[in-house]
Design a protein. Sequence first.
Length: 175
Amino acid sequence: MVGWFSLAVLPLALAQETSPRSLSPEEWRAGVLSKLPAYIEWPADKLGTETNALRVGVLTAAGREDDVVTLLTALLRDTRVAGRPLTVSVLERPAQAADCHLVFVPEEATGRWWEAAPTLDLHGIVTVGESGDFLRRGGVFNLRTSARKLEIDRRNASRAGLTISSKLLRIAQVQ
């Protein structure tokens, strides 16, 4: 896990001119979220043309931009995965997730997400949450920020038509 985690935080470490320090929870979340797309294979029908961007959405309170959005935007600037640029979008409503490839549902937005999830087509969407029951309720990834752990539910990934790299499966807690 040390190798992958180091890769996840490398852009943050390089961007800082001060001595190394512990990452804030927001920095850790953004670091992990910025690296996930490189380890996911999406169904062809979700990707569109070769030039289409991979869209990362962050469900926020009333569409306000938060620290994770700001950090993630900086980390993904000029980043490409399989030749595709990555973009970050603030999602005010869960229904906006339909246009995304990866959606982060922060703990404070979990209730709104699960109220809407049964009506959403989540095929080809990587869902990432940070609540204790996120995987049990159908999410693909769960961030345990306080423990700095990444959890994966392979069945939920498969149901969404996603393939997760074995490299990522080796360093995460898999269910």
